[in-house]
Design a protein around this ligand. Structure first.
Ligand code: ZN
Ligand code: ZN
Length: 395
């Protein structure tokens, strides 16, 4: 779950993925994707001080066209506050409070529909904010990150998703393989007859947009979900066919009665359960199968699926872009995990000592974290429930 403060040390007047105090002093806002841990101050149950700012303040929230659509659906009365930016096209934006300009380019983040990274270019500084992202090993570097000569741009600072930046998560199967496995388990079961039902068990409440749309594409059956899931997913333009509130429309169920319970249709003896998770697949390697069958309950399967980059993918991303400074966007609660993560960042700097001007010389958890991130962590009022939404911690 994101612990990013919203502020970048390099550009004043901007906030990213935070829309409440102390970020309300900013006048230009960016949202990387529509997941609740990036939307504090914008979610349906929040107060919307940011949206009530006067039109003459020229305060806007910039995001990808898909995310803008989600925001407009959520807050139709404030739709003039949301501005879409095309992916891959650099745009100059004036920051009202400082009267300075920043050039911003959106890059696909492959995390959920509409998710992007932001590349900010100001005088003498280039900053990349990744938001949540899944990088493919050795994928080609987006054009926006290269000079016209083809050389990779110098990135002075990277604010990076570090959700799985631990050696125990060195590898994950690619998303296509995970989805293929899920669909294989579904088809093999439901083709036996109408009474054969699938229960998708997830340990986070939301964030399965791609799983649901991909299942729908391959199996052509919408997933039966509960009203509160429906209310969140319905804002995504691509989700309308992939989910349903009608039990009789589906043989695939996901917390469709309420959180952690399913409708009576899924209560029969002809149920196969598929648990979708990444956290419990530590030390997953290519040689292992993508799914594990529960030895006690032979109708239960676990499938490894991740919307965040693995340790190996993050290192590959760092090695390709060689940022001069790295700040983690996801700092673990446990000190020993935080220490491991900082050591991993340090290892990256050690590999590239010739390329970097600045590296954290004195490893120290508190020294390394910027002031703004520290204060945000102290003030963080995210409760355990919301934490569980994003982190796969309940299995
Ligand atoms: Zn996310
Ligand atoms: Zn159901």
């Amino acid at each position: 779950m994101s612990t990013f403060s919203g502020f970048m040390d390099e550009v004043d007047g901007i906030s990213i993925d935070r829309f409440e105090e102390p970020n309300l002093s900013s006048t230009t806002f960016f949202l990387s994707h529509a997941h609740t841990d990036h939307m504090s101050g914008l979610t349906t149950y929040g107060n919307f001080q940011i949206l009530e700012r006067l039109p003459e303040d020229k305060v806007f929230i910039y995001s990808s066209p898909v995310t803008t659509q989600v925001l407009k659906e959520m807050h139709p009365q404030h739709e003039n506050k949301f501005k879409p930016l095309e992916i891959g096209i650099s745009q100059m934006i004036e920051i009202p409070s400082t009267k300075k300009t920043v050039t911003v380019t959106l890059l696909p983040a492959s995390h959920c529909p509409g998710s992007v990274m932001f590349l900010f270019e100001v005088k003498n500084k280039t900053i990349l904010y990744t938001g949540d992202f899944r990088w493919k090993l050795n994928q080609s570097i987006p054009k926006a990150l290269c000079y016209s000569t083809g050389e990779v741009k110098t990135i002075d600072k990277m604010y990076m998703d570090t959700t799985f930046f631990f050696e125990r998560y060195t590898k994950f199967p690619c998303r296509d393989d995970s989805i293929g496995e899920i669909c294989k388990l579904i088809k093999d079961w439901i083709e036996r007859g109408k009474q054969y039902q699938i229960v998708l068990a997830t340990s986070a409440k939301y964030g399965y947009e791609c799983v649901f749309t991909d299942i729908y594409k391959q199996v052509n059956i919408p997933i039966h979900v509960n009203q509160s899931q429906f209310d969140v997913y319905k804002y995504f333009p691509c989700m309308d066919k992939a989910i349903t509130l009608e039990a009789s429309n589906s043989q695939i169920h996901c917390h469709c009665n309420s959180w952690k319970s399913t409708c009576v249709n899924a209560g029969s003896q002809f149920v196969r359960q598929i648990k979708i998770c990444a956290w419990s697949f530590s030390n997953w390697q290519n040689k292992r199968t993508i799914s594990d069958r529960d030895t006690l309950h032979n109708k239960q399967y676990k499938v490894c699926y991740s919307t965040h980059s693995s340790y190996e993918e993050i290192n590959n991303f760092l090695d390709a872009l060689k940022p001069k400074e790295v700040e983690p966007n996801v700092i673990p609660d446990r000190k020993e995990d935080a220490t491991k993560m900082y050591n991993n960042i340090r290892s990256y700097f050690k590999r590239h000592t010739t390329q970097v001007e600045q590296s954290p010389t004195d490893f120290n958890f508190t020294n390394f974290t910027s002031e703004s991130t520290k204060s945000c962590m102290e003030k963080s009022n995210v409760d355990k429930e919301e934490h569980a939404d994003i982190f796969d911690i309940l299995d």
